[in-house]
Design a protein around this ligand. Sequence first.
Ligand code: SF4
Length: 161
Amino acid sequence: MGAQLRIRIDRVDALESGGRAILDYKSGRRTAADWYGERPSHPQLLAYLAALGEDVVAMATVNVTAREVRFDGIANSAELLPKVRGVEGAFGTDPLDAWPIRRQEWLSRVEHLAADFLAGRAVVDPKPGACDYCHVASICRISDRVAATGNDASVSETTHE
Ligand code: SF4
């Protein structure tokens, strides 16, 4: 494809039951994870998945606070990581095939994002709520969209991650 990424994964654990888990530490506000939509909520984890190979069986963000360590992720079966659910297969698929099929979908999404980037497609199209806490909103092209519509509310209705 022609894209090379330099990435730094926070942590990769070898699991007792076999396979590896990718962990991504988060310090800020937790966002509800979406693993199945067209625009996954944690594309960085999908990029790590693409980089590491087929023995990855779980991936999660980890929020560490004074009160708790909270995993939010997905795995090829339940409880590989604390309170992390097993992957859901598409309707009618064999549960044993769910992880490899989803994995292929995630890799396709990463490739699609990379292809868009390489093709220079950079539409300002944030996901709902993405701009609410953004610290670079004042220099973002999203303000052009607001100026064009004359409606501030469009900021909170637009989308990107
Ligand atoms: S679209 Fe602009 S303001 Fe919204 S999250 Fe992205 S960079 Fe921030």
